[in-house]
Design a binder for this molecule. Structure first.
Ligand code: BG6
Length: 451
């Protein structure tokens, strides 16, 4: 059976500024929160050079074109545009993205620009980062520069990548800058990220920008570990915590009621100022970007200390299929998740803004990477996209994470995702088997399905 896709479906792949660009001190770029973090004692790697995409973007775009990419999702490093977070614009930084966008367009690759993928200018982090409400306005100022500059050339815009990861990593687990573990702060940061997103969307509309604007979330389907009532309740709470807390403000301009009540009682957070919820409500997105990697299975946690995220605990499924990094491969979760969002909030356009598989890639003696598992992972998820489309869920594009090997935030250069391999000693690039397969698939625009 042939699973065919709409002609105008956008197939592509993605990266993010800090993870690929390198060139951390080049052309007047300011320091970012991650530059500081990775230069703290005992850090084993950093993004100082990474793939050196900043200097090799032409070669990379040539390879993207060779594997038939119709679209490429990248992020702009705020500190290249505003080395001090705000104020004076660094023209050379802007020039790099100019060159990148023009090169993509010249190769018929649709740029999808993410305004913020976690690399906050250090100058802003030093004044409190997202915890400081003023940073919301700094973000709007920065968005305006990019909207003005790329008007008409960039038609796909994403405001913020994964607010949930920024909140969890930076303010609950303390694994990402600014290494905080504080629920009151975490919830406030989530609210400020929503405000920053909403104000940027408002500006986009006021400026009559051509194209679409959305946000990139990473919601997950959550299953209870058993049919015991306590596990079912745990799964509901986990869905509120990981997924709906971020979806509801974007699609309905509200926070999930039960969790909001609990958070305000326990942590007195988030503080919502008069008018804030109207701002969120008024910012209608053109699409929802979904990064999908895995599902979670959770059980009730009898040892909970009472915090919002430890009333449930993650459980490893006995016969589950896991990656080398312990992420469960569960393609049907993509269909479940989008069906649930559409059921809860009504019809909306989606882009799958990230999906991919992290591996310790093995290089054959002839230099090739025969990454059949990654290929199969991508194929299985594309089949689920077809299932969604058949069922009236409107997905308009799909981005493999990642276009090329890059720095994984907490796993460095060993965990690889790319369709294109990077030898981090020589910085040589080569297309992996998954990249060749994806290129053929895009050219055909169908999958042969006999399972
Ligand atoms: C997503 C991020 O959460 O997951 C990417 O948007 C990230 O930036 C990807 O690289 C994979 O996560 P990790 O930790 O394996 O790099």
């Amino acid at each position: 059976m042939k699973l065919e896709f709409p002609k105008d479906f956008l197939w592509g792949s993605a990266t993010a500024s800090y993870q690929v660009e390198g060139a951390v001190n080049q052309d007047g770029k300011g320091m970012t929160s991650w530059d500081k973090y990775y230069h703290m004692p005992n850090r084993k790697y950093n993004g100082d050079v990474s793939t050196d995409h900043y200097n090799r973007y032409k070669e990379d775009i040539k390879l993207l074109s060779e594997i038939n990419q119709k679209t490429y999702r990248f992020s702009v490093s705020w500190a290249r545009i505003f080395p001090n977070g705000s104020g004076e614009i660094n023209e050379k930084g802007l020039q790099f993205y100019d060159n990148l966008v023009d090169e993509l367009l010249a190769n018929n690759i649709e740029p999808n620009l993410t305004l913020y993928h976690w690399d906050m200018p250090l100058a802003l982090m030093d004044k409190g980062g997202w915890l400081n409400r003023e940073v919301v306005d700094n973000f709007v100022e920065y968005s305006k520069v990019l909207f003005t500059h790329f008007r008409g050339r960039v038609k796909l815009w994403s405001t913020i990548n994964e607010p949930a990861s920024e909140v969890m990593g930076g303010y609950i687990q303390g694994a990402h800058p600014p290494l905080r573990k504080n629920y009151t702060e975490a919830l406030q940061v989530a609210h400020h990220l929503n405000l920053a997103h909403a104000k940027a969307v408002k500006l986009f509309n006021e400026m009559n920008m051509e194209g679409e604007i959305g946000i990139v979330l990473n919601p997950m389907p959550i299953h209870p570990a058993s049919d015991k009532e306590e596990d079912i309740i745990a799964a509901k709470r986990a869905y509120d915590f990981y997924s709906d807390w971020y979806i509801a403000p974007i699609l309905a301009g509200k926070y999930p009621e039960r969790m909001l009540e609990e958070c305000q009682k326990k942590y007195n957070s988030p503080k919502i100022e008069p008018g804030d919820m109207e701002i969120l409500k008024g910012a209608k997105v053109d699409y929802l970007g979904v990064n999908y990697y895995m599902r979670r299975v959770v059980a009730n946690n009898p040892d909970s200390t009472g915090n919002i995220d430890d009333c449930f605990k993650n459980v490893r499924v006995k016969d589950g299929n896991y990656t080398e990094w312990g992420w469960e491969i569960y393609p049907e979760g993509l269909y479940e998740l989008l069906s649930r969002i559409q059921k809860d909030y009504g019809k909306i356009d989606f882009y799958i803004t990230e999906n991919g598989m992290g591996f310790y890639d093995k290089v054959e003696s002839n230099g090739q990477v025969i990454d059949d598992d990654r290929l199969d992972y991508i194929r299985q998820h594309i089949i689920q996209i077809h299932r969604c489309l058949e069922d009236g869920i409107n997905i308009k594009g799909y981005y493999v994470w990642s276009a090329i090997d890059l720095l994984s935030w907490t796993n460095g250069f060993e965990k690889r995702y790319g369709l294109i391999r990077v030898d981090f000693d020589t910085l040589e690039r080569s297309i992996k088997k998954s990249g060749r397969w994806y290129a053929d698939f895009i050219a055909n625009n169908y999958i042969e399905y006999n399972e």
